[in-house]
Design a protein around this ligand. Sequence first.
Ligand SMILES: NC(=O)c1ccc[n+]([C@@H]2O[C@H](COP(=O)([O-])OP(=O)(O)OC[C@H]3O[C@@H](n4cnc5c(N)ncnc54)[C@H](O)[C@@H]3O)[C@@H](O)[C@H]2O)c1
Ligand SMILES: [Zn+2]
Length: 387
Amino acid sequence: MSATEPDTRVKLHKPRGRLEWLEEPDGFSVCTTHRDAYEIVIRSAARHELDEYVERLTAEIGSGEIVLISDELVAGHWLEEALSSLERTRLRVSALTIARGERSKSIETLAGLWDRLLEIGVSRRAIIIAYGGGIICDLAGFLAATYMRGVPYINVPTSLLAQIDGAIGGKVAVDHPQGKNLLGSFYHPRLVLIDPEFLTTLEHRPLVAGLAEAVKVSLLASAPLFERISAWVGQGLPLGEPTAAESIITESVAIKLALLQQDPFELGDLDRLLNLGHEIAHSLEAVTSYERYLHGEAVAVGLAVTARLAAQEGVCAPAVSTTIVDLLRAADLPISVPPELVSAVWAHLDVIRNIRNGALRVVMPIDIGHCTIVHDISEPQYRDAAR
Ligand SMILES: NC(=O)c1ccc[n+]([C@@H]2O[C@H](COP(=O)([O-])OP(=O)(O)OC[C@H]3O[C@@H](n4cnc5c(N)ncnc54)[C@H](O)[C@@H]3O)[C@@H](O)[C@H]2O)c1
Ligand SMILES: [Zn+2]
């Protein structure tokens, strides 16, 4: 934070939780509440100030050491910088690197990390830093939630998907052979540090996959964001001037927070607007064993199919649907369910309970910036829109 900027940090009140109880005729009734408060910093070059943010947190919690978790690819590009910043804190820093890819988001990798932390003698007063994409944020967040019943952690998301989505909201998880994210919890970080300059080393494929999530939130809430994304895509996604990426990230995060506010623990999960594009995406990912599509690519297919469905059903104007599909195409994202998978995707939508009495329930755009939930899509209607 520069000297000229106002300090908008939330002051934490201690203690961070409350416990109240009443005597009852047959025992007690107990009510506990836990308060999480944290900053999300979004600024180019913010990574160089990691040490300052860590020092602020350590002063608050009396912490003495850092465990940084990264994957091999991110570490190759960015670990040296992280370590040279953290060196200034004079705290003990252990950097642990795991293999990249969704296979690492497993209970086995998590158990390996538990073992390593115990071997090194990491205490309850350590801070874990998740330094990588969405996989690292989910895995290191779950590690933080479980190690010694919970240690504080910081998310430093390095992929676009993690910067606008995975690092925000406190969902932490690992996958189970039976499905993605089946084991996990809600456990919020103590800080999210987003530096758009990380994106300069991200390959094109994960970059545009992350962009699909930004398109999703723009369709839910912001036509200006949609315009900004279109302009960025039209310019060939320049990362040299991080302002475009920075403003897209900031606005996407703001929309995600506003939508999460309505249901922060996802108690009404299935009907949430945030599912836009995700009904079909989850099904497509599952029927291709999570190997053929990056998550954001599957989301792009889901967005394109629901846009075509919306036009077909008269929920949105045909021009709206065309504009959405054209943007996804221009970003090199897939926009159709491959013909050989159309039936399997419908069948799996049933398995994941998006179909009731033969009718599919999907979130779809009314216009750019406004969506609704439609409950009565038939299989032939879906088939027309899928390709
Ligand atoms: N918790 C949530 O709310 C939430 C939301 C969305 C997604 N997710 C999870 O996030 C995961 C997907 O996230 P992702 O797409 O970031 O995957 P990822 O973590 O695998 O990152 C994608 C690839 O990019 C590489 N990478 C990341 N940052 C880089 C950089 N700056 N330079 C070069 N390479 C870089 C990674 O090594 C990886 O190979 C999934 O497991 C998904 O379930 C979680
Ligand atoms: Zn998603």
